[in-house]
Ligand binder design. Structure first.
Ligand code: SF4
Ligand code: SF4
Length: 448
């Protein structure tokens, strides 16, 4: 069977972020295939685990994908400091006599942002509003490649590796069925060390915050690769919970127009016309400048401006996120830049060292935590979103009362649609269908 069809059938989406359907991304022909193993957000361990322990899957999947997209250069981008991962990957490359090469990055944030990674490896800047394909590149997260390998062997995406760290008894990596609750993941990692906590789903810079009362109602999806438990009054949680009203009023009164947010912006440094300080100024004007607001559409929401650069503790990233939504709701899109994008020479000196970022974020306490595992967690109830990715949700193909088995298709999209198939992650009975399919089994969860 054709590779794209297998990937489509298995419901593979980008495992590292927005969840773009992989069968659509790979329908192209390019020069480079880049595996993203940068894992640049502080504290995360999942991708490093995969590079150490699933290196064969990653490299074999790269070779298959490269044949399909006719890529001649196959490169894994990871950090120089990942010694064990470099060793494991190099050994596998040698054993398989593979053409895959390693590109070693410095330890800076956001090395794993697609635009930054592509620039580091190819020295080509993707135009603002564009995608890696515009410069002849496909980027795939290492977790996605593991899923592609499984898809080739006709195994759908039903499990997820998740790092659980922070105020947790046993910082660890868990292998969990998709749809398991966040509460069960926390329990499986030994429970929280504190009473009053919040959880970041994803990395500390870009992840979403949920509170203790929500952990029963939030579930692991194909794109959540980490849970970070932090005290509810932690600096990061406080910054992420500000209301847009509060953010706007502080922008109007406290922005000193120092332009540090723009000077440190990683996308500005690779040559994109994004100037968060001008957006902040425009917010302060009675009738904001629509042209300046358009720049928010090319913000990748990396958080450098608000969690690292701004000396006044303001929130340009959140402001951009808000403006972006408003513009998108009006159907306004950014027109891809046609001029050649040229990175700034000063960029090399403005990369943010991850250790300094960790200290700025107040995460030093968790930096040296030994992360154990992986531990496999089984669930007796899963709540699987039909919309795991960008695009349209899958149509349910099961009914309430149906008995399903692990790996069985429960939601489908049509080939070519921007969406992904969804499969049951446990054996059980369908007991609810809405935006989610809820499946229960009789077995209690077991950690092995
Ligand atoms: S860094 Fe902060 S204070 Fe300076 S221009 Fe940007 S938002 Fe304003
Ligand atoms: S979040 Fe801030 S630093 Fe990051 S791309 Fe957007 S404007 Fe630039």
């Amino acid at each position: 069977m054709d590779l794209i069809k297998k990937i489509f059938d298995a419901g593979v989406v980008g495992a590292g972020g927005a969840g773009f359907p992989t069968h659509i991304k790979l329908n192209c022909s390019v020069e480079y295939l880049i595996a993203n193993g940068a894992e640049c957000e502080p504290l995360l361990e999942t991708d490093k685990y995969l590079m150490r322990c699933e290196s064969k899957k990653i490299i074999k999947a790269m070779e298959e994908v490269a044949k399909k997209i006719q890529a001649k250069k196959l490169i894994i981008g990871l950090k120089k400091k990942y010694k064990e991962e470099i060793k494991a990957l190099s050994k596998t490359i040698e054993e398989l006599n593979s053409e895959v090469e390693l590109f070693l990055l410095d330890n800076f944030y956001p090395a794993g942002d697609e635009h930054i990674l592509v620039y580091e490896i190819t020295k080509k800047s993707i135009p603002a509003g564009g995608i890696p394909l515009d410069v002849g590149v496909v980027v795939s997260n290492v977790g996605t490649l593991v899923n592609i390998f499984d898809a080739i062997n006709e195994k759908p995406v039903v499990d997820k590796y998740v790092t659980v760290i922070g105020e947790i008894r046993n910082p660890c990596i868990l292998k969990v069925p998709i749809g398991i609750s966040i509460e069960k993941c926390i329990e499986a990692a030994g429970g929280s060390l504190i009473n009053d906590y919040a959880v970041i789903l994803g990395g500390p810079m870009m992840g979403k915050v949920i509170y203790k009362k929500q952990i029963k109602k939030e579930f692991i999806t194909k794109t959540i690769g980490s849970l970070i438990l932090l005290p509810k009054n932690h600096y990061i949680i406080g910054r992420k919970e500000l209301s847009i009203k509060h953010i706007v009023s502080r922008a109007k009164t406290a922005c000193i127009q120092c332009s540090m947010c723009t000077d440190m912006c990683p996308r500005n440094l690779i040559g994109h016309k994004i100037r968060p300080h001008r957006i902040m100024r425009s917010i302060g004007i009675a009738k904001g400048d629509e042209k300046i607001f358009m720049e928010a559409l090319i913000c990748c929401e990396c958080g450098v401006c608000e969690l690292y650069a701004c000396p006044m503790g303001l929130s340009p990233r959140s402001m951009n996120g808000y403006i972006k939504n408003e513009l998108r709701n009006k159907g306004i899109k950014y027109q891809k830049e046609q001029e050649k994008t040229i990175a700034k020479e000063i960029r090399e000196y403005r990369k943010i060292p991850v250790d300094r970022l960790i200290s700025r974020l107040g995460l030093t306490k968790y930096k040296g935590n030994k992360v154990i595992g992986p531990f496999e967690v089984k669930a007796h109830r899963v709540c699987i979103s039909l919309s795991q990715s960008i695009g349209r949700p899958a149509n349910p193909v099961v009914s309430i009362g149906d008995i399903v088995s692990r790996g069985q298709l429960i939601g489908e999209v049509k080939m070519g649609e921007l969406g992904a198939n969804v499969h049951s992650s446990i054996d059980g009975k369908v007991c609810e269908i809405s935006d989610y399919v809820v499946i229960r089994s009789e077995n209690d969860e077991v950690i092995s």
